[in-house]
Design a protein around this ligand. Structure first.
Ligand code: PBG
Length: 326
């Protein structure tokens, strides 16, 4: 009795790549860049080996290094020189991201995406203006509708500094529609919006919050980011962003949420992005450091799996390292 079908026939070396369903290219990857207005030296980020906060003056050099690996796109995060209740440095014309974007677009040919959020700019670390009493009462949270206008100002200031694409990440209801309308009204109708459409309230963001100094000073983000228990809700979230004019739909984090990536891929025709977040990066590094995993292999397999699940593009801290190998 012999097997009638032998899938192993297509696993020999000459044919494997001919029948591969998925591949990973440097042009699929977006590299995060942290620009820090409080330093004039590069500062390594301890929980994210290989990554650093760079001063504004070195932002274009940093992006040039990334471009040399073959990665074509970056997403810029800023650490401002000061924070306040409203996060006003987020939309300042001379803010850290605005200054960095001018340099990067002036001196490199990278495609520049900016993260549009308030958590790195507010002294309380939340992603918007607080409701009255939120500092004392855990049932209170970010004032959704009052935050929308601030997000409009941020997006317009990024576009006016030269950002090629804006990426609102605050999970504020209506943020995509508000930003789309503001960009259109100000003459930035050509600037696409990549929405962090299904962003979960995840413990995997820990290292990023060290990197960008954006941890909430009290409470957490469970009242605005999604509950990890929910997948059907993600499709509602994404559908709203599509109605509001989102151009690219992001799911975040990536690996623990591949079911959501796959569902968004199935249900929508828009490009799907996945954010392979800081915790996903840090845990592979930590295991590799102990000799328990081969870093290159697990990084490649992770990103390939994210593509297989349906992502067209991946925001990842592995971008440079993997691009060099691809
Ligand atoms: C800002 C933002 C966060 C991340 C990207 N944009 C932090 C958060 O929501 O707490 C996380 C990225 C990562 O962990 O790599 N809102």
């Amino acid at each position: 009795m012999h097997p009638t079908d032998r899938p192993r026939r297509l696993r020999t070396d000459g044919v494997r790549s001919l029948v591969a369903e998925t591949d990973l290219r440097a042009s699929d990857l977006v590299a995060p860049v942290f620009v820090d207005a409080t330093t004039d030296e590069r500062v390594p980020i301890e929980s994210m080996p290989g990554h650093e906060r760079v001063p504004v003056a070195e932002s274009a050099d940093r992006v040039r290094e990334i471009r040399e690996t073959g990665v074509e796109a970056v997403i810029v995060f800023g650490i401002p020189e000061s924070k306040d209740d409203e996060g006003s440095r987020a939309w300042a014309d001379d803010g850290v991201v605005q200054r960095a974007v001018r340099r990067i677009t002036g001196q490199t040919d990278a495609y520049v995406i900016t993260d549009v959020c308030l958590c790195e700019y507010t002294d309380h670390g939340h992603c918007g203006i607080l409701e009255t009493g939120a500092r004392e009462d855990p049932r209170m949270t970010v004032d959704n509708d009052a935050t929308l206008e601030l997000l409009e100002w941020i997006a317009v200031s990024h576009a006016s500094a030269g950002a090629d694409m804006v990426a609102p990440s605050g999970m504020i209801d209506g943020m995509v529609g508000a930003i789309r309308a503001a960009l259109d009204a100000e003459g930035y109708g050509h600037v696409p919006v990549m929405s962090y459409a299904a962003k979960y309230e995840s413990a995997f963001y820990g290292p990023f919050r060290d990197a960008a100094d954006g941890a909430p000073a009290f409470g957490d983000r469970r009242h605005y980011q999604m509950d990890p228990a929910n997948a059907r809700e993600a499709l509602r979230e994404v559908a709203l962003d599509v109605e509001e004019g989102a151009d690219v739909l992001m799911v975040k984090p990536a690996l623990p949420y591949l079911d959501v990536v796959a569902a968004v891929r199935r249900e929508f025709d828009h490009p799907v992005a996945a954010y392979n977040v800081s915790g996903e990066y840090a845990m592979l590094h930590a295991a590799a450091e102990r000799g328990w995993l081969d870093l290159e292999e697990v990084a490649h397999e992770s990103l390939l799996s994210i593509k297989r699940a349906g992502a067209d593009l991946i925001v990842t801290y592995f971008a440079e390292d993997l691009a060099e190998r691809l």
